[in-house]
Design a protein around this ligand. Sequence first.
Ligand code: FMN
Length: 198
Amino acid sequence: MNKKIVVAICGASGSIYGIRLLKALLNTPVNVYLIISRAGKMVLKHETGYSGGSFESFLKDEGIVFHEKAIFEILGENDLFAPPASGSFRYDGMVIAPCSMKTLAAIVSGIADNLINRAADVCLKEKRPLILLPRETPLSAIHLKNMYEAALSGAVIMPPSPSFYSKPKTIDDLVDTIVARVLDHLKIEQSLMKQWGV
Ligand SMILES: Cc1cc2nc3c(=O)[nH]c(=O)nc-3n(C[C@H](O)[C@H](O)[C@H](O)COP(=O)(O)O)c2cc1C
């Protein structure tokens, strides 16, 4: 049975983290449910070659190869009737990459007013993995407090601060140091990064 993973892309800088994560996930037999916020789309257009047309075509242009058993669905940010809005839909986890400070604040406050916030809320109440890649710099006391509270509620706070010990040569390599850790947390086999010492 394919794992079912919800991926959200918010309007923080670093949409490449979401794209590289999709590339890694969709190359395996998984079901991916993608939600992009309105701000996320704007930042994607600004930071990548996405022009606002078919997102699936854009991913293919980015060199994403879909595994024959991968299932990919794009859900509307305001579609509160979509499956991940309910705990009865048994998905295996959610990643918000990148996660804006606004969405982080909404999650911590339990404001489930769109599908991203609601699916995250469902993960926390159902004790499913919720991995946040919160991106801002510098961080205010509000941001730090919200990250701390999200961690206390069960979220994994994985700031997109890449590592350098694998000697990455390109931006993609650098981003993949984080994507590898996300996949490790989702318990999905990955060959992007070797285990240290193995
Ligand atoms: C180019 C650009 C970059 C941004 N970068 C960040 C960022 O790194 N972190 C952040 O929290 N917000 C950032 N923002 C602001 C968010 O897009 C804004 O707070 C938005 O309301 C977030 O909405 P969302 O969480 O629904 O995607 C950025 C906005 C723009 C236009």
